[in-house]
Write a protein that binds this ligand. Structure first.
Ligand code: ADP
Ligand code: TRP
Length: 333
């Protein structure tokens, strides 16, 4: 069984689709799959109630629109599975603080404080951020996951989950033990990062994203605004130097990509024409999907029932694992 968590920290964008959503959905052909919205993970940074709710709903609606089948998979919100938070306490008690000190996200926060000359290296770090890897370990362990498809940046967290399960099994070894998971980096993930409108990696943190379900007028404006150099229309151009072309390659048919490459290299085709073609390609793909997304994201839509049914399935899996852990430690004898 394969499990993936998605942190709802913004509107999903084209880079998320190519780098994470599409490869994750392809895995359903090989594995029994569980997907969940890691909303309590996002609470380490979100402070706006409306935004928190909107991002969670937007991410859930996005995955279903793009092909996640809630019948064939298990799909839920982390916050709907209270068993996770009880097991988080139990596993916190078998996890060394030193392990958390070495976690990438926490170390990065301290490094940023050191760079900015802050006297307290822990300034701005809440306990949620510090304990984040334990909560993530429980997400994985409580469902009995075999593999966890993640990007390179999350591999350490999956190794922590394996370590924490190992400590628990060692300390409370009984007829009951937690299954040890492994990270899986889906083919193609991270191999190519998609650039954003300013040419850097498309990322919410750079504010250079093209959201998947932006209305057509906004989509057109964002595509028009992708950086390009000032090579005149008639001159030959290097397609690979162009952010718009790199995005185009991911969405146009191989024939259209080849054709556009030749035209740019020959000269006579301007960046504006490339951007028009990119916009048309994206719009043709997105028009039918946008209608479905708008339906799902609306308050009171069938999304509520989908998530409620997913939470029931998830809790059915989580309950026996938590019960086993409670027996193993002796709280239930
Ligand atoms: P962001 O950088 O916008 O905050 P996240 O860090 O939330 O995005 O990434 C969620 C997933 O999407 C990760 O698996 C990540 O590898 C993938 N991803 C994000 N940006 C890109 C990109 N520009 N190209 C390819 N994959 C991406
Ligand atoms: N930490 C992951 C991220 O930032 C999200 C996540 C939470 C997750 N729990 C998980 C991923 C369990 C895989 C498995 O993207």
């Amino acid at each position: 069984m394969s499990l993936t968590g998605i942190k709802p920290t913004g509107e999903p964008h084209l880079g998320n689709y190519i780098g994470a959503i599409r490869p994750a959905l392809e895995l359903t052909a090989t594995y029994e799959s569980i997907y969940f919205i890691a909303d309590y993970h996002a609470l380490t940074s979100i402070r706006d109630r409306a935004q928190f709710a909107a991002y969670t709903r937007s991410v859930a609606a996005t995955w279903i629109t793009l092909g996640l089948d809630p019948e064939q998979t298990t799909f839920y919100k982390q916050s709907d599975v209270p068993e996770i938070f009880e097991l988080t306490w139990i596993l916190s008690c078998v996890t060394g603080k030193g392990l958390m000190n070495r976690a990438h996200a926490y170390k990065a926060a301290r490094d940023r404080n050191a760079e900015s000359g802050a006297a307290d290296l822990d300034a701005g770090v809440n306990m949620g951020l510090f304990n984040y890897p334990i909560l993530m370990a429980v997400d994985i362990l409580i469902m009995g996951s075999d593999v966890v498809p993640v990007g390179q940046d999350q591999v350490q967290h999956v190794e922590y989950a394996a370590d924490i399960a190992g400590s628990f099994n060692h300390l409370f070894g009984s007829e009951y033990s937690l299954k040890i998971p492994t990270a899986l980096i889906p083919a193609g993930t991270g191999a190519r990062t998609m650039p954003g409108t300013d040419g850097r990696k498309m990322s919410k943190s750079y504010g250079n994203t093209i959201p998947l379900f932006a209305p057509p007028s906004r989509l057109r404006k964002l595509v028009r605004g992708i950086v390009s150099d000032s090579t005149p229309v008639e001159e030959p151009k290097d397609p690979d130097s162009s952010a718009a072309f790199q995005i185009y390659e991911n969405f146009a048919t191989p024939d259209d990509v080849k054709d556009m490459r030749v035209r740019l290299e020959q000269g006579g085709t301007g960046w504006g024409e490339l951007k028009n073609a990119l916009y048309e390609t994206l719009e043709a793909w997105l028009t039918p999907l946008r209608a479905r997304y708008d339906e799902l994201v609306a308050p009171g839509s069938e999304l509520d029932a989908i998530l409620a049914a997913g939470a029931e399935k998830a809790r059915d899996r989580a309950r026996p694992v938590l019960a086993g852990a409670r027996r193993a430690i002796g709280v239930d004898s």
